[in-house]
Design a protein around this ligand. Structure first.
Ligand SMILES: [Zn+2]
Ligand SMILES: [Zn+2]
Length: 186
């Protein structure tokens, strides 16, 4: 049994955990799992992400292959967040592809230390980390409502898109004092 494989006991109560007992015993067979499943926690970055418990439209195909079970499919998540420049809400749907090979314990390929290998555990496979990886890597680190969003004025907070040419005539108080001196000498 490999030491560098992902060892976590799948929780059958999770909508992302699928029993594959009958698949693992009949190479060449496949099963489809489609539906609206609840989003797990932690599908997020700082400013944007998928709310836990929100709907995820999912189409999965589980195939019995030589090494174990191959899971492929798509998921659509509802992303919410805020623009990093103007703080406006951002809402959109994100489609991600899911693909992962879950190894039977007796089929693990030894020696590939760098590769994270997923295992069939107690006849279950857990797609939650696969979904998390697919979603989080497709979220923007710097979400913006529009590419050309001008954001907010750093001094007063007005929306610069709606106030073209907006600026403040800021005079450094020390400079103002100097100007006063100059005026006196004239
Ligand atoms: Zn914005
Ligand atoms: Zn301003």
């Amino acid at each position: 049994m490999g030491e560098n494989v992902l060892e976590a006991t799948p929780n059958p109560a999770s909508p992302w955990v699928f029993g594959v007992q009958e698949l693992a015993r009949a190479a060449g067979t496949m099963r489809e799992e489609s539906g609206v499943f609840r989003a797990p926690a932690d599908l997020s970055l700082a400013l944007i992400g998928v709310e836990e418990g929100s709907d995820v439209e999912t189409d999965l195909r589980l195939e019995a292959v030589h090494e174990g079970v191959l899971a492929t499919g798509t998921a659509t998540v509802h992303v919410t967040g805020e623009c990093g420049r103007c703080l406006d809400p951002i809402v959109y749907d994100l489609d991600v592809d899911l693909q992962e090979l879950f190894f039977s314990k007796d089929r693990i390929v030894q020696g590939e230390d760098d590769e994270e290998q997923f295992l069939i555990e107690n006849d279950y496979i857990d797609l939650e980390p696969v979904l998390r990886d697919a979603v989080v890597t497709n979220l923007p680190f710097q979400p913006v409502c529009r590419e050309d969003c001008q954001g907010l004025c750093a001094q007063c907070g007005v929306r610069l898109d709606e106030n073209p040419g907006h600026h403040h005539d800021v005079v450094d108080p020390r400079w103002a004092a100097l100007q006063g001196l100059t005026n006196d000498t004239e």
